[in-house]
Design a protein around this ligand. Sequence first.
Ligand SMILES: Nc1ncnc2c1ncn2[C@@H]1O[C@H](COP(=O)(O)OP(=O)(O)OP(=O)(O)O)[C@@H](O)[C@H]1O
Ligand SMILES: O[C@H]1[C@H](O)[C@@H](O)[C@H](O)[C@@H](O)[C@H]1O
Length: 384
Amino acid sequence: MVTSTAAAHKTPQQQTRVLIVGNYCHDVLMQKDTVKAESLGGAASFISNVVNGMSVSCNLVSKVGEDFKYPVDFTPIVIPTSKTTVFHAYFDLAIHGNCHQDRVLKRVSACDPIRPSDLPDARSKFGMAVGVGGEILPETLERMIETCDAVFVDIQALIRVFDSVDGTVKLVKLEETEFYSLLPRIGVLKASSEEAVFMDVEEVRKWCCVVVTNGKEGCKVYWKDGELGIPPFLANQKDPTGAGDSFLGGFVAGLVQGLAVPDAALLGNLFGSLTVEQIGLPKFDSRLLQRVKDEVQRRKMQFLRCERSEYEPEFLKPDGHEQFHVSLGAAKSTPPFSIQARPWTPSNSPKETEQTPIPHYTAQAKLLASSVYEEPIQTVEGKP
Ligand SMILES: Nc1ncnc2c1ncn2[C@@H]1O[C@H](COP(=O)(O)OP(=O)(O)OP(=O)(O)O)[C@@H](O)[C@H]1O
Ligand SMILES: O[C@H]1[C@H](O)[C@@H](O)[C@H](O)[C@@H](O)[C@H]1O
């Protein structure tokens, strides 16, 4: 793991397609004051999970403390004097305390901010400013705008403030933040429906594309002179954490590959729906991913779209959009590899598989409360 300095992290001359900027964190899911599950979190983790799953090349800049022990694909910058960002998510508090939220979040510790000097010098096609604990500074976003062809921002990186006593996350109006003046220079601003009320969508859509996600209802895309609702995919929700992040990962993965905005938003909805079906960071089945990639490829071929050197979003709904929704929905119901690929042998006869059911998806490393970040423990069916 790289220690302290950002310089070692930089890979000059390397052109990445997607640059993800935001800290990894440790998520603790609480219910009735007991720990229900723990997992690697942070929008950057969820997004890179999707972008990698779609085989789109990316780079990730994040900071953690020396206490961070998760195995991750992109080496974070380790700050010896700081702790990894930790969030506690209280689901029952949200239900009884504030019915506009699906959870109450508390930032228990916060790692250092990401500064412009931490970013790679090389240009990237798409930049994603996806902080969770206040780590994206206005100057960091400005640097991303200068070095990326188009920048995608999750509003949670801009409008979160943290209670000085217990770290409870509160939201402030976007126009009151130092980020407001940068909006005309970004490509897309993504917000959940809870967060969208902290901005004037009618105003912001004049400057950049606004995407508002709305849980099981799907999402809505607003641009200067139009708007479009994008339908959801059915899901059996177990944990809403990271749905918005995975949405953004799928959306960008679609755009990078040349899909029109409405089709890319469908891909976002698909990954959001897959994410809520697992607890913590989801593990996507390899067969399912392959089918999704095949569908994206087929869709591109329909329009003979190719990657452009410039980011030119196409907002209008292309022909065959509804059919693409149906095809992605069919891909979502692909039986998992573990079941299909198993050859028939006496030792996995139906009787035995009935006794030991194979989960559709296995949740990724979850950690016990006592061992905070150390020993990864596999859990099954999302049950901690
Ligand atoms: N229950 C669900 N059923 C189907 N799709 C869902 C469901 N929940 C979320 N999604 C998909 O994921 C996307 C993002 O979800 P949501 O609007 O809840 O984001 P969010 O509140 O930002 O999530 P989080 O903050 O937990 O990451 C939605 O637009 C939708 O496509
Ligand atoms: O891991 C989660 C996830 O990234 C969420 O999108 C964010 O809202 C939380 O703060 C974080 O703990």
